[in-house]
Design a protein around this ligand. Structure first.
Ligand code: DLL
Length: 433
């Protein structure tokens, strides 16, 4: 099933022509409407007329998280605030959150992109879909929600946090599809099995993303829940979920090239790399009105494949993600930077900057333990004061990263100290291959 065949199956020449004209238009727009971009372009001696199409893409400067941070919150918006209807955000490093702003048309295009993804997964009008991504600033909940409604499916906006209710409603409402993080779906599978409810489940498709996952996880969820699982990719800065999705052939995630212009660069030399070579994914918004980003460095490592897919779609496919160029972790779907943890620990008297984050997956649920050395002068045998300290660390961490971390206080000198680059993360999940 294809949602928008006229777009999803265009010939490569048609795609290129469309991208040429959309790229020159968006560059024009940001040059005239966003002083930040105009300055960046002027610094490298560029005028909008120099960008006639994709061929000239590499002349344009990149946009990075640092640019978003410098222009926070609306400095990169290309329309007045009165035309904006929505804000979403996700964690940045210690700086400001990464923000995305949308006009009404952006929300419509987003919904169509997600509808295309859901259609790829065989979901249509008549399906009952539970959205198990968080609603709120995170793009997962509302992004998937609008896409599913656009499709005409019956949407149950579960959000996160209540697995029992999710399973009860899944049974009562005969839910046929679910959108949530892959790790959460496996956790749900486990609870369903434990409660002996498998025979009452009618799921046929799952749309999982927001974090890296493996073919082994797909096999597990497909076998255990007797459904087909699909991979959905996206990021707040560009739009949210629905930038790309894999079809039934699972040979990469089709990126909606009529709205997003992808390239792969070598993150060291910043030069474009040819088809099939691994590097950093860089995306340009071709149609976004609210805050179109030009050559945005996603920090996601992957490669691109352009050949026509067996499903009939012609849009490029993002291959398996190999990791990120930064140290961002995704824990229970939440983006976490060690620098956020460090900054939180520094606000607690009695701790030191020596810490280790241990991330693991137990019973298909991500766990985070933060081990931190107690300062010499605060170390005591008194259980109650250590408990108080531990509680304070827990609260500060919760405020900073929005997760409940297990805190383990370690005696002074108890953690390894590093002479060179210190290591603050032990990730036992091995999500990237
Ligand atoms: O995670 C948007 C989203 C919501 C995607 C729901 C899919 C489903 P952010 O919080 O801004 O946005 O995080 C974006 O998450 O740069 C990747 O590193 C990672 N990521 C997202 N989807 C996938 C995926 C949402 N399918 C960051 N596979 C991105 C691997 C993913 N990594």
């Amino acid at each position: 099933m294809i949602w928008n065949e006229a777009k999803e199956c265009m010939s490569r020449d048609e795609i290129r022509n469309l991208q040429d004209s959309r790229l020159s238009k968006v560059v024009n727009r940001v040059y005239h409407n966003v002083p930040y971009y105009r300055k960046k372009m002027q610094e490298v001696g560029l005028e909008p007329g120099d960008i006639r199409g994709v061929e000239d893409l590499s002349k344009l400067p990149f946009t990075t998280y640092e640019d978003l941070n410098a222009a926070y919150p609306f400095g990169l918006a290309a329309v007045p605030t009165s035309e904006l209807v929505r804000v979403h955000a996700s964690s940045g490093t210690t700086g400001k959150p990464k923000i995305g702003v949308y006009t009404r048309r952006d929300i419509d295009i987003w919904a169509e992109c997600v509808a295309r993804c859901l259609t790829m997964a065989g979901i249509s009008r008549g399906d009952v879909i539970q959205i198990g991504y968080g609603y709120g600033l995170f793009t997962g909940g509302l992004g998937a929600h609008y896409g599913a409604e656009y499709l005409g499916a019956l949407v149950i906006p579960m959000s996160t946090g209540n697995t029992k209710k999710l399973i009860d409603m899944m049974i009562d409402c005969k839910v046929t599809a679910i959108a949530c993080t892959p790790s959460y779906l496996l956790h749900v599978a486990e609870d369903i099995e434990k409660a002996g409810l498998l025979d009452q489940i009618h799921l046929k498709a799952a749309i999982c993303g927001a974090e890296p996952w493996t073919d082994e996880m797909r096999d597990q969820m497909e076998k255990r829940l007797r459904l087909k699982a699909y991979d959905i990719y996206g990021l707040t800065e560009m739009m949210g979920p629905g930038v790309a999705n894999d079809c039934e052939y699972h040979k990469g995630l089709h990126i909606w090239e009529d709205h997003f212009l992808p390239e792969i660069i070598d993150p060291g030399t910043m030069k474009q790399l040819p088809e099939g070579e691994d590097g950093e994914l860089v995306i340009t918004n071709l149609t976004k009105e609210g805050m179109p980003l030009i050559r945005y460095r996603t920090k996601d490592l992957t490669s691109l494949q352009y050949g026509k897919c067996e499903c009939g779609r012609t849009m490029a496919r993002i291959q398996r993600f190999r990791g990120r160029t930064d140290d961002m972790l995704i824990i229970r779907g939440v983006n976490v930077f060690p620098s956020q943890v460090e900054a939180a620990l520094l606000t607690v008297d009695g701790t030191t900057p020596h810490y280790m984050m241990v991330v693991d997956r137990v019973d298909n649920k991500d766990t985070l333990e933060v081990q931190v050395e107690v300062a010499e002068n605060s170390f005591t045998d008194e259980v109650s004061s250590l408990e108080k300290l531990s509680k304070e660390v827990h609260e500060k961490l919760h405020q900073a990263i929005g997760l409940n971390a297990k805190v383990r206080l370690v005696e002074p000198g108890g953690l390894e100290h590093f002479d060179g680059k210190s290591k603050h993360v032990t990730d036992k999940r091995k999500l990237y291959t």
